[in-house]
Design a protein around this ligand. Sequence first.
Ligand SMILES: Cc1cc2nc3c(=O)[nH]c(=O)nc-3n(C[C@H](O)[C@H](O)[C@H](O)COP(=O)(O)OP(=O)(O)OC[C@H]3O[C@@H](n4cnc5c(N)ncnc54)[C@H](O)[C@@H]3O)c2cc1C
Ligand code: SF4
Length: 481
Amino acid sequence: MPFVDPSRVAPSYEAVVIGSGFGSLFFLHEFLKKPRSGRVLLVEWGSYKTHDWQVKNKANSVYETEDLYTHGPNEKSWHYSISFGGGTNCWWALCPRNHPNDFRLKSKYGVGVDWPLSYDDLVHCYREAEQVMCVAGPEDLDQHFPGTGKYPQPPHRMSDIDRIMKAAQPDKHFVLPNGRLSRPLGSRGACCGTAECRWCPVDAKFTALNSMQHVIEHPDLDICTDSKVEMIDVQNNTAKAIRFINGGREYAARGDLIVLGANGFHSPILMTQSGFTHPLIGRYIHEKIEYEVEAYLNGVNNFGGSTIITCMNLSLLDGEHRRSYGGAMITFENTWKFGLRPDYGRWRQILPINIAVETLPEFTSTVTRSPDGRPHVSYPQHSEYGLNGLKAAIEKLPEVLRPLPVERIEFRLIDHVPVHLQGTLRMGIDPTKSVVDAGQVHHNVRNIIVVGSSVFPTAGSAPPSLTVAAMSIRVARLLDG
Ligand SMILES: Cc1cc2nc3c(=O)[nH]c(=O)nc-3n(C[C@H](O)[C@H](O)[C@H](O)COP(=O)(O)OP(=O)(O)OC[C@H]3O[C@@H](n4cnc5c(N)ncnc54)[C@H](O)[C@@H]3O)c2cc1C
Ligand code: SF4
């Protein structure tokens, strides 16, 4: 492994990358393919913890996330992982693409803002990211997500419930693209639905540790772990170096290019403490509204699929309703997260459902630097747009589920623990309304690139990580000019 002691970092690097999560590693996946003039340094706050360590300790990190940030009174907690690999360790590997209209919400539906890039700009990069993650998915998604084609692995097996839905709604109900293998591959087993996904015992889901060795062991890369970056030094609108703490001592590393991928809480804090003052730094933190219900069924059994979330229903995802309220992705679950049905002989006649509703980011939702240096998150309320979307999704759910023999639908949870940290360094064309441009380059300091979900200007309809990965690949390709 190319881990270096911080006292031995080179005098200067062609690029210094902060963080080792989705944004950073997919940038490096593409960037390290190019011929270059110098070495590259990756500086990661967390420790490198092997897969065995994570399974044994039932943890992804030595840090408790709750100790790393503060939040407003009576507000929800958020979760992320400070570790080598970042969110690739703890994620659940659900990876559908964003819908093409997610990138043009303003021009198509008159709400929110447009992204400064389109689905078409990302389509080849989506494909590359899906190959790296070895995504298992169906072949019939092209009608909603053009250019999807054949996934690297066959789709996961549907449950009997999904098969009924698919027969009735072939253009709405699809196997969910998934970063958990449907077939064994190398040292990774196929997903067997045991639902310990944050530290998958058979290593079925994509993680940096099992699928990014070509990056981690690249001969031109030096890696410092257990090293928290505290400052980016900027002179005359050019970033010169970063400063980081390891073992209580401060070190510096110079770089021609600085790539900031420290997640949606810590990237804006790092910019603030480095003296950046753009009024939108730390603004617009957002996440979808997650609503969980259970449908009680008459005579149909659940839990026969080959992974824990088998299908997505796109009935409410996109359309003219997005002029007035948020779209919703409905996922069908293949695990008894709220227990089996208690009725004798009918324990499998129950369907847990997750409804993820799009919100509009609010200016008043913020991540700011608290006096002790930790991020302070204030997310006082969801947007009206999101709440109306949730109301509509609840009203329309019985219609969506019409193909099934539903006896009743019961509410279980709302906003359990948000895990998608989006929007705090938003991208855009206008430098007064965004922090980075369409290439994710800082508007003023042109040798800083921001990667990761912090640049999302709106929520999108899918979980963010595949889009983060595809965007990082695109950013590295854009450096070719
Ligand atoms: C339990 C859980 C389940 C999830 N499931 C899914 C899912 O199914 N699908 C999906 O799309 N997304 C999922 N996510 C979200 C996913 O993890 C994030 O979208 C993704 O990790 C964001 O990528 P990023 O590069 O922005 O940040 P990260 O992947 O979090 O990477 C940030 C990196 O920066 C490091 N870092 C932070 N601060 C510093 C600093 N000051 N100095 C040096 N390094 C620093 C961190 O340790 C980390 O390695 C899930 C998240 C959680 C917590
Ligand atoms: S369901 Fe089980 S096998 Fe599949 S990814 Fe989760 S922990 Fe791994």
